[in-house]
Write a protein that binds this ligand. Structure first.
Ligand SMILES: *[C@@H]1O[C@H](CO)[C@@H](O)[C@H](O)[C@H]1NC(C)=O
Ligand SMILES: *[C@@H]1O[C@H](CO)[C@@H](O)[C@H](O)[C@H]1NC(C)=O
Ligand SMILES: *[C@@H]1O[C@H](CO)[C@@H](O)[C@H](O)[C@H]1NC(C)=O
Ligand SMILES: *[C@@H]1O[C@H](CO)[C@@H](O)[C@H](O)[C@H]1NC(C)=O
Ligand SMILES: *[C@@H]1O[C@H](CO)[C@@H](O)[C@H](O)[C@H]1NC(C)=O
Ligand SMILES: *[C@@H]1O[C@H](CO)[C@@H](O)[C@H](O)[C@H]1NC(C)=O
Ligand SMILES: *[C@@H]1O[C@H](CO)[C@@H](O)[C@H](O)[C@H]1NC(C)=O
Ligand SMILES: *[C@@H]1O[C@H](CO)[C@@H](O)[C@H](O)[C@H]1NC(C)=O
Ligand SMILES: *[C@@H]1O[C@H](CO)[C@@H](O)[C@H](O)[C@H]1NC(C)=O
Length: 468
């Protein structure tokens, strides 16, 4: 085959971008030995994508992905423009490369998504390896279209439950789904306004998520930032997450979550910044959260273990937290640190939480730390080292409630304490300092409360509590 014929063939197949250097410039073989790597890339515009934000570009984008996957993987380029799409199936080896100024817009019609509600994602990768998303552009779920009624307390959302495909008020498409994938890489991208959860890893191994900005609607429920479900070896770094629901949320439904790190991130949420659970049927093991700033969130570091999975070896270090009250329709009561394990409902199993370390933490909050095991000593061996807690009230929401939701005792009226502990065995406090703002401390200047009196193996070193 002559080299010019080969070039035309590659261009026709979309395996070469027409702006690539001409192969004529380099010696080109007459026939193609199987060892030669074809330059494998595509631009969605070569496949007819309009990029006008009005016409669906699904077919063009999918064709570009399929062509690049067929020749072994590579980037699929999106030049600046708005690309409206139904679900795109990402294939092994393919990296979506959205240029700055390029936006992938998720469709807002039910028929834009696969029939099975568990596959409702704008971008979906299943059983794939080496997939990625990058380029400095944006993927946008158009979540505002799913708001039925705006409410600054909590928006009321559309639910696609009419067909019975899924039940309740949580039937909306997620933004990105990686199901049973290996070596996922997501970096330098903005994920904006998901209709439901934003970035969902399920049953994945060896994922890297860095320099990702997630902007969800602050008033919309269920727009979690990153949900790491049943997945091992996940590294999250340099992420900026500003969203209504939980920001980084490991969950276990069908398998454990092992080796998760999140570092150098900034988070604001109307729910929990870091939350383990509440789906917790399997274990959570070996997690490190380091150098994280949590700003004006409803909860800071949270564990809600409800379903019999066990948590062990989790470190939170060098974390700055500011938590405040929001409307009580959101789970959370301004706790900077919140650790609970209790059976979700009658008949659920309880999980053991052990080996939690809080090191170098500073918090300013409207409520205290809440540590709650349940009967049987299910909260064991926690340590707090160099933890500064400043208490001050600056919103008008009422306090005096302990929040066990979901399940357990739900909301319980209770006096407020700097540190409330129940059913704990093994708690080490080394250099824990509380400061109480004079004007706010009235009625809740109780540094520690043990309730009920089932607390064993406590050690305190250099404890301070003072007004300022
Ligand atoms: C669908 O969701 C709405 C709330 O958005 C709820 O009122 C209705 O009961 C749900 N229907 C079903 C079948 O789940
Ligand atoms: C894990 O992913 C990284 C890329 O993020 C890759 O370099 C490395 O080889 C992968 N490790 C395994 C065991 O596949
Ligand atoms: C994660 O590791 C555990 C072993 O600790 C294993 O049972 C599980 O299958 C792994 N999950 C994935 C998705 O690789
Ligand atoms: C977790 O990380 C450790 C240390 O890197 C490694 O030895 C272990 O195999 C990992 N566990 C899983 C389930 O991948
Ligand atoms: C902590 O994270 C921030 C980004 O949120 C980064 O600018 C800073 O360099 C990090 N600090 C350390 C000590 O790594
Ligand atoms: C949690 O640990 C208990 C023993 O403490 C064990 O019986 C149970 O099976 C563990 N849960 C899981 C999901 O492995
Ligand atoms: C805690 O802070 C101290 C002083 O800044 C530092 O030396 C130490 O390495 C930090 N510990 C951790 C686990 O980051
Ligand atoms: C806590 O306050 C003490 C005394 O002001 C200070 O030395 C220490 O660095 C602070 N620790 C943190 C984690 O902010
Ligand atoms: C808690 O620490 C005690 C004393 O070091 C130890 O005997 C026990 O096994 C630990 N519990 C867990 C669940 O690690």
């Amino acid at each position: 085959m002559a080299s010019s014929d080969l070039l035309s063939l590659l261009l026709a197949l979309g395996l070469l971008h027409s702006s690539d250097p001409l192969p004529d410039a380099t010696p080109w073989p007459f026939s193609l030995p199987s060892t030669i790597q074809l330059p494998c890339r595509a631009s969605v515009t070569d496949y007819g994508a309009a990029g006008d934000g009005k016409m669906y570009d699904t077919a063009a984008i999918q064709a570009a992905v399929d062509a690049v996957a067929a020749c072994g993987g590579g980037p699929v380029r999106f030049p600046p423009g708005d690309y409206l799409t139904a679900t795109i199936l990402l294939k092994s080896g393919v990296v979506l490369d959205l240029a700055e100024g390029a936006r992938l817009l998720g469709g807002t019609r039910e028929e834009d998504y696969p029939p099975e509600s568990h596959r409702w994602y704008v971008v979906l990768a299943e059983d794939a390896a080496g997939v990625g998303i990058t380029g400095g552009g944006e993927i946008n779920g158009q979540g505002w279209v799913f708001v039925r009624r705006r409410d600054p307390r909590k928006n009321v959302m559309v639910s696609w439950n009419s067909t019975g495909a899924c039940l309740g008020d949580e039937c909306r498409p997620r933004l990105l789904g990686f199901l049973r994938c290996r070596n996922v890489r997501i970096w330098n991208i903005r994920l904006v306004d998901p209709a439901y959860w934003c970035l969902h890893l399920v049953g994945c191994d060896n994922s890297s998520i860095r320099e990702v900005t997630i902007l969800g609607d602050f008033d919309s429920p269920n727009n979690d930032g990153i949900d790491v479900e049943d997945s091992n070896n996940t590294a999250i770094a340099q992420c900026h997450i500003d969203t209504g629901d939980d920001a980084i949320c490991p969950k276990s439904s069908a398998g454990p979550v092992v080796n998760l790190t999140a570092a150098d991130c900034w988070i604001r949420t109307k729910s929990s910044a870091i939350k383990l659970g509440s789906a917790s049927w399997f274990d959570f093991r070996s997690f490190l959260f380091d150098n994280i700033t949590i700003f004006d969130s409803h909860r800071g570091l949270a564990l809600q273990i409800r379903d019999g999975g066990n948590v062990s070896d989790v470190t939170f270090s060098n974390i700055r937290i500011r938590t405040r009250y929001y409307d009580p329709s959101w789970w959370g009561r301004a706790e900077p640190i919140y650790v609970t394990t209790c059976p979700r409902e009658l008949g659920s199993r309880a999980g053991l939480i052990s080996g939690l370390r809080f090191i170098n933490i500073s918090a300013e909050s409207e409520n205290g730390v809440f540590l709650s095991g349940s009967g049987g000593g299910l909260l064991q061996n926690l340590s707090f080292v160099n933890v500064n807690l400043t208490f001050r009230r600056w919103t008008d929401y009422p306090d005096g409630v302990v929040d066990y939701r979901p399940g357990c005792q739900e909301m319980v009226r209770h006096s407020t304490a700097g540190l409330m502990v129940e059913h704990v065995s093994g708690l080490e406090m080394d250099r824990v300092r509380m400061r109480w703002h004079k004007s706010s401390s009235k009625g809740w200047n109780n540094p520690i409360e043990f309730w009920p009196s089932t607390v064993n193996g406590l050690s305190f070193r250099e404890w301070y509590s003072e007004e300022y």
